[in-house]
Design a protein around this ligand. Sequence first.
Ligand code: ME8
Length: 526
Amino acid sequence: MKSFYVTTPIYYVNDAPHLGHAYTTVAGDVLTRWHRQRGEKVWYLTGTDEHGQKIMRTADANGVTPQEWCDKLVEEAWKPLWEHLEIANDDFIRTTEKRHTDRVQEFVQDLYDKGEIYKGGYEGPYCVGCEEYKLPGDLIEDEQGAKLCPIHKKPVEILKEENYFFKLSAYGPKLLEFYEANPDFIQPESARNEVVNFVKQGLQDLSISRSTFDWGIPIPWDDKHVIYVWVDALLNYATAVGYGADQAKFDATFPADVHLVGKDILRFHAVIWPAMLMAQGLPVPGKVAANGWLMVGGEKMSKSNLTGIKPQDLTSHFGVDAYRWYFLRAIAFGSDGSFSWEDFTARYTSELANDYGNLASRVAAMVGKYFDGALPEATAAGDAEQAVQRGLAEAVAEADRKIGEELDFQGGILAVFDFVKQVNGYITEQEPWKVAKDDSPEGRARLATILYTAAESLRAVAVLLNPVMPETSQKLWESLGAEPALGALADQRLADSGRWGQLPAGVTVTKGAVLFPRLEEPKKDA
Ligand code: ME8
C-alpha cells in the first residue's frame, strides 16, 4: 500500500530558519501525525536546498566554501530546530547529497535524450532572492525608477545566458486539462485561480541551466553548465524516496499526496513540477497546498525582514506545544497573518490555560477529592450526558474532515476546542461541587456520572489534539490513567476516539503536571 506522502519545501540554507519556515513545517507535522493517528502509513519529508547563487554568495561573504556553509547551518540551526519543535519527519534530504545529485543528472539526461531539452539563449531580469527570471510585467519600480522584484523589493539583475531549455510551453494545454480534471489539486481556491490564469496566458520554455557560476549540479552532457537550482530542488521529492535507486520504495511512496508550500513558490510546484513529471512519464502529485505568509509590518516575513523574534524565543516563553498550536489556530491556513505577543498571550491564557488546562486539572482534582482518585462508573447518565456524547461525535467528524481532508487546521482545532467549551459548560451546569453535598446513593451516582463524563471527554480530547500538541496530550493521557488501561496514545485511532465509554471505571486519575503553566511576565510588542 502506498504511504500518504507529505512534504515541506526544502529551505534555502543561506540563514537560520525563521518563524515562516517553522510555520509550514509544523503544519506538515500536524498533517503527518493526523494521518498516522488515522492508522495510515505516512512518509514526511523535509530538507534543505543548498545550491544556487544565493547560497554561494552568502558563503563567500562569510569566507567559507558553500559546502562548509551548508554543513554548518544544517547541523547547527536547521536540524536542531526541527527536533526542538518535535517535528516527526521520516527523512531529511540535502540537495548536495550524492543520492540526490546522481539522480538529478539522470533525470535531466533522460529529458535531454527524449528531446524535451534544447539549447537556446535568454536575456531577462533575474532576481537572485527568488533564483528566478522575472517577467518584465511582474516587476515593480522604486522611486528612482529601478526595477525591483515584487517579493524581495530588491533590484533585479539583467542576465544574458546561453542556456538549456525545457519545453515547458508545450505542457500548457495538458496542465490546464489536468487542473480541470483535478479541481482540488491546488489549494486554496484563490491559489488555484492564480495558477490557472497564469497558465492560460501561455507558458514560456524554462531555462534549466546556468553557466555564470558553478555552485550546482553539472549538466551531464555539458559541464560548463550547472542545473538550474529549482529543477534540482523540485526533484528532491523524487530522489529522497528512491527515484532511480530503490524502485520498491519509490512505488510505495511517490508521488506526494500533499506538497505544502508558501504561496511564493506555488508556480514552481503547480506548474513546473507537474510538467517535469509529465515529460518523464511519472505520476503527478495529489495536491499542492499553499499557505499564506506570516507578515511583519505589512510585509512578508523573510530573512531580511524579520520580527527579530526567533522560534526559540516563543517556545521558551509559551512552550513548544503552545507554539505548534498557536499559528495554526490563529491564522486560517492559506491566508496571511501576523504575529503579536499580545495575541499569543491572550489566546494562550483564555483557550489553552483557562478552557483546556483548567478543565483537565479541575476534573482530576474532583476525582481525587470525591473518589480518592479512582475513576467512578457512570450509572446515572441522562440527556445532559447524551448531549456531551453527541458533541464529541460531531467534533471528531468535523476535526477529521477539516484537518485530514481539507487542510483547514484552524477549523479542525476549533471543532475540538468548541467541544472543550461544551464540556466546561456541562460542568458549570451540573455543579458537581453541589451534587457532592448529597450523600444519598442517587447523589453519589450523579456525581460519579458527571465526573466520568468529563474524564471520558478529556480522554477523547487527548487523542484529537495529539497531532497538534503531543506533549500535552501525553501528560493528560497519563493523568487520566488511560495508560496502561487503553495502551499508548499513539496507538489510539481518530475514527475510534468518539466511541463512548473507553476509559474503564476504576483507573487511577492523578492531578499530574499543569498542562499550561501561568506565563512569566507578559511580553509586549515593541
Ligand atoms: O523557496 N510566511 O526556500 P525558502 C509563511 N528553496 N511561510 C514562509 C514565510 C513567511 N513569511 N517565509 C518562508 C525556497 N516561508 C526554496 C524551496 S522547494 C523544492 C524549494 C516558508 O528558504 C514557505 O513555506 O525561501 C515558503 O514557501 C518557504 O518557507 C520558502 O523557503
